[in-house]
Structures are given as C-alpha cells and as structure tokens.
Design a protein around this ligand. Structure first.
Ligand SMILES: C[S@@+](CC[C@H](N)C(=O)[O-])C[C@H]1O[C@@H](n2cnc3c(N)ncnc32)[C@H](O)[C@@H]1O
Length: 230
C-alpha cells in the first residue's frame, strides 16, 4: 500500500473516532438533561412548610382527614394547587360543587383566611356534610365556609354574586349543567376548575363547552381542567 493511501486511511479512522466520541457525548448530555426534567416534577417539589402555628394546625387536620375520613378527596398536590390559585388571584368568592369530607374546602379556606374571602360548598350526602362541617369548625373556618346540604343542581340557582373560582368536583355528568348555570356568574378573569378530567371520566359535552367557546381559554393538566373566562 502506498504511503498516501495509508495516510488517508489513518486520517479517516481518526475523524470517525472523534465523531463517535462527540456524538456519544451529545447523546449522554441529552439523556441526562431529560432525566433532569423528569426529576424536576417528582423530586423538586417538597411538602408545605407552615408559616405559623395556624397553618401547622390546618395542615395536620388535612393529614388527619386523609388518614381517617377520606372519601374521594382530591390528592394533596391538587389541594395545594387550589390554595395557591385562590390566594394568588386574591379570590373573594369561591364556589365548590362536591364537598365530601371537606378536604379541598379546607385548602381553599387556607387561601380565603388570607384574602378575606368566602367559600360556598355543596354536598348531597348528609353524613359527609356533617363530617365536613365538623372539619371546617376544627380548622377555624366555620365563619368563612358555608356548606349547603342538598342537590347542588337545584341549590346553585340561588347564587347571585360574582364568582372568582368555580370548582367542580361532584357528579361528572352534571358538570355541563353546573357550567351552564354558573358561568354567567363567573367574573371576567375568573376560573372554572374541574376535577377528574381524564380520558375515561371527562364528559364530552362539558369538554366541548370549555374548549370551543371563544370566551374561554382551557388547559388540562394531570386530570384537572383550568378554564379562564376571558
Ligand atoms: C369527589 S367527591 C368531592 C371531594 C372534595 N371536593 C374533596 O376533594 O375533598 C364528590 C362529592 O360530590 C357529592 N355530590 C354528588 N352529586 C352531588 C349533587 N348533585 N349535589 C351535591 N353534591 C353532590 C358526593 O356526595 C361526593 O361527596
């Protein structure tokens, strides 16, 4: 083999070797970045750190409800989302359909204690309503939370005041009726938040209503729809 040909072969091998090293390095960096993205959601979030004794007491009541009185309550991360949203937008009037034992109501209550706002929450089951009332009382929120016992489809007709946040977490097939009855009361800039919005539970009629109306902007994340009234 001529010297020139041998040199060409050696140079080609060096180029291929360097390219392979650079390519595998780029792949490694990319995969470590994507691993980092995964970690950001599951590991970067930490439990709430109470600001004072009142918040500490409320957080322990929330833990107790989950441990001993749980009935289809939202998970803690959704409760925290509701609190942050309500406090962040300085909500004064929150309406919740589906109280259960009062778990999500107390997350809202934490926000409303700071904003000077009120929650009206609806529950059809007498036993869960009684449990929720007792929980609101022990959380020191009896004065800012009104629990209406009965069928919310009928009871909400009595509402008149502008709503900052409407939270739907009761009979899924009823969401469209709640929306039709209460959207006119949701103020511009107000939110409609609905729970259990996933492929198996979301009512197509409700989804159509919140995703095709030009006056609304809706996103869905982790089973929760967030709708802004523009
Ligand atoms: C998923 S649970 C609510 C959980 C609650 N938001 C929480 O996270 O703590 C749904 C509740 O809605 C109530 N519910 C169902 N249909 C209702 C109706 N038509 N009127 C009022 N409450 C209703 C059920 O009895 C049940 O307790």
């Amino acid at each position: 083999m001529k010297n020139a040909t041998r040199s060409t072969i050696v140079v080609s091998f060096i180029i291929i070797g360097i390219s392979a090293i650079l390519f595998s390095d780029a792949l490694a960096q990319r995969s470590s970045r994507s691993r980092g993205r995964g970690r950001s959601e599951s590991q970067l979030e930490k439990p709430p750190v109470p600001i004072d004794d009142n918040e500490k007491k409320i957080l322990s009541i929330l833990d107790d409800i989950r441990a001993t009185q749980s009935y289809r309550n939202v998970p803690p991360q959704d409760g925290r989302f509701l609190r942050i949203t309500a406090q962040g937008m300085n909500a004064k009037n929150v309406v919740e359909i589906g109280t259960s034992t009062g778990y999500s109501g107390i997350w809202f209550g934490m926000a409303l204690q700071k904003t000077g706002g009120r929650l009206t929450t609806y529950e059809i089951d007498a036993q869960r309503a009684a449990t929720a009332r007792a929980n609101f009382k022990r959380a020191g929120m009896a004065d800012i939370i009104t629990l209406v016992e009965g069928d919310a489809h009928e009871q909400v007709k009595k509402l008149k005041d502008p709503i900052d946040i409407l939270f739907l977490d009761a009979d899924k097939e009823g969401y469209i009726d709640y929306l039709n009855k209460l959207l006119p009361l949701v103020r511009p800039g107000g939110l409609v938040i609905a729970h259990n919005i996933n492929a198996s539970m979301a009512d197509p009629e409700y989804m159509k209503a919140i995703t095709t109306n030009p006056k609304l902007e809706t996103i869905v994340r982790s089973g929760v729809s967030l709708t802004l009234k523009k």
